[in-house]
Design a binder for this molecule. Structure first.
Ligand SMILES: [Zn+2]
Length: 154
């Protein structure tokens, strides 16, 4: 690591760290930076709060047990973003059974990704082909004339 970057990351100046972390992709922020220490996690929260605000994702007024009180925006990001790319908004619910609860969400690109599909097959999971937004995974013209299926085993 270059000496300058090492000094910047070792600083206690939160504003400087926020500026550096704001340049990182959400995936890096979630997987690499936030788990380092409490200080970095708290600083990453500032960036994640801004990213959530840009997407109009808001914390619940009464947070459920799943949302951590120390890093609520990190928990909100895990809850709402695609688990495959950790960047796009998740729209298609992944479940262990067709009538089971939502385990996590995937975006459209990840639903058609061979890598993600092979992981879902390996874990024996299925996902909704109708997104939370009401947008079907396949084109409307393909499904015309056929009965719409809500669930699809991968
Ligand atoms: Zn994705």
């Amino acid at each position: 690591m270059p000496a300058v970057l090492d000094r910047v990351l070792g600083t206690e100046n939160a504003d400087l760290l926020v500026a550096v972390f704001a340049q990182c992709e959400p995936r890096v922020l979630m997987m690499r930076i936030a788990p380092v220490c409490r200080s970095w996690a708290a600083t990453a929260e500032v960036v994640l709060r801004e990213l959530c605000a840009q997407r109009r994702w808001q914390l619940a007024r009464r947070p459920r047990g799943g949302l951590s009180s120390l890093t609520p925006y990190r928990a909100l990001w895990v809850q709402r973003a695609c688990r495959g790319c950790c960047d796009a908004a998740g729209d298609y619910a992944v479940r262990d059974t067709p009538r089971g609860g939502t385990l996590f969400l995937l975006c459209r690109a990840c639903c058609v990704s061979e890598r993600v599909l092979s992981l879902l097959v390996h874990q024996q999971l299925c996902f909704d082909t109708l997104g939370l937004s009401g947008r079907p995974l396949q084109n409307e013209s393909k499904g015309k004339g056929r009965k719409r299926r809500r669930m699809s085993y991968v």
